[in-house]
Design a protein around this ligand. Structure first.
Ligand code: ATP
Ligand code: MG
Length: 415
């Protein structure tokens, strides 16, 4: 007996889920291409300090969710918990802040967070994300929100809600921060994390999964925005409206990462239970500079592929992630093995005349035809093409329909 199991919080992705994942990534790549986003593949692990510095030392991700380890030379590394920090590191390291100051990138891949596993929350999960560098215009914010929404609708997801908020800038946030500290100091029985956050990073309390229910009357950033942040927030909304994008302003929305400035957003679905955020993102105008690059504004988002697929399944979309029709090539006479094999290669390359979307199995071995047909049933082949000596001599073969058990002769060139 095998006693090995995938580590807690991780899953094998197979069957229809693997098809769904590929389909989602394929659609995403089509859309990214049309909108000028280029792919970047960054390493799965980075210097742990990169994430500590960018995501923030007092965020849940850095405090308790990162997979940090030392390599044999004692370097402190971390499995990436998200994509933006790596993208920004790559953007700077490859001097794109100088060479391509206005550029759009996307990524897809695994992220790792040591979280309590539950539906829609795993320790290894996939994200698809995009980052738009060098454009501080509200048009870039609106473009990113619409892009995330279009990605979801490209695979047929509907009924999502877009929540947006503004977290202000370095000018207006300090006053908000002060007001928050005053407010939280009056709340009784804060959890131990929140007590610590209150000193180091009061905005983080708003994101606390334990205490947030106690904060219904907490002050909201929207009431503290400076004139230019307010203008910016209004313009993003005007642009979203002009593109017929439905959204709701949600003053309670905060994000679990420190680098955000101004607009933040989340796209939620009622179809995935309590982990309802399918995608999230926002603007991070200071991060490139903070990590040592040229001052470059940026905005981006990331979508959680597993959660999107959960929503897709609930909405009955899995039928469209069809497994292609299986064709089994059988031989009634052993001497036709080579011909049958070369035929199988040909249809694997070109498909059948009436169906290009097939998958090909066989020819197998010297088993009796009955056993070959049993095998074809086992793999759920819809058709079996049989090479028999009599037919082959006349340039023909037999096609058995495994669904209704009918069979027909046809010329090889017709198949
Ligand atoms: P949440 O509040 O749900 O924990 P987050 O703020 O931590 O989300 P982000 O870091 O913004 O999430 O990641 C973007 C998206 O990635 C989320 O909206 C979600 O769909 C997905 N995601 C985040 N963490 C996980 C996880 N542990 N397992 C599966 N998907 C996840
Ligand atoms: Mg989280």
């Amino acid at each position: 007996m095998m006693n090995y199991k995938a580590p807690r919080g991780t899953h094998d992705i197979l069957g229809i889920n693997a098809l769904g994942m590929s389909f989602l990534e394929l659609k995403a790549k089509e859309i990214f291409k049309k909108r000028g986003f280029e792919e970047v593949r960054t390493p799965i692990f980075e210097d742990a300090a990169l994430f500590m510095r960018s995501i923030g030392n007092t965020t849940d991700i850095v405090e308790k969710e990162m997979y940090v380890f030392e390599d044999r030379k004692g370097r402190k590394l971390a499995l990436r918990p998200e994509g933006t920090a790596s993208l920004v590191r790559s953007f700077i390291e490859n001097r794109m802040d100088i060479l391509m100051p206005a550029s759009k990138f996307f990524y897809t891949g695994e992220m790792f967070r040591y979280e309590r596993p539950q539906a829609g929350r795993y320790r290894q999960f996939h994200q698809i994300g995009a980052e738009f560098f060098g454009n501080s215009s509200p048009a870039a914010d609106a473009e990113i929100i619409i892009l995330a929404q279009d990605l979801l609708s490209s695979i047929g997801i509907n009924g999502v809600n877009i929540h947006i908020n503004s977290l202000g800038c370095q000018k207006c946030r300090p006053l908000f921060r002060e007001t928050l500290v005053k407010y939280f100091s009056s709340v009784q029985n804060l959890c131990t994390d929140c007590v610590r956050r209150l000193e180091k990073n009061p905005l983080r309390l708003l994101d606390c999964k334990i205490d947030s229910c106690k904060f219904t009357n907490a002050p909201q950033m929207l009431n503290y925005l400076c004139v230019s942040c307010k203008d910016n927030f209004n313009t993003v909304q005007t642009l979203l409206k002009s593109a017929n994008c439905n959204y709701a302003v949600d003053g309670t929305l905060v994000r679990g990462l420190d680098y955000y400035t101004r607009i933040v957003f989340e796209i939620r679905s009622k179809d995935v239970g309590s982990q309802d955020a399918l995608a999230a993102g926002g603007r991070y105008d200071n991060l490139v500079k903070e990590l040592g690059g040229q001052d470059t504004p940026a905005v981006g988002f990331a979508l959680g592929s597993q959660r999107v697929l959960l929503a897709a399944e609930k909405q009955g979309l899995f039928n469209s992630f069809k497994i292609s029709e299986k064709i089994f090539v059988a031989i009634a006479d052993q001497e036709l093995f080579n011909e049958a094999f070369s035929f199988a290669v040909k249809i694997a390359r070109n498909g059948l005349k009436d169906n290009k979307d097939i998958s090909v199995f066989g020819p197998k071995n010297t088993e009796s035809l009955t056993n070959q047909l049993k095998f074809a049933d086992k793999i759920k082949a819809s058709k079996v093409v049989v090479f028999t000596k009599n037919e082959f001599e006349n340039g023909k073969l037999l096609v058995k329909n495994m669904r209704d058990r009918t069979q027909a002769e046809c010329f090889i060139y017709e198949v």
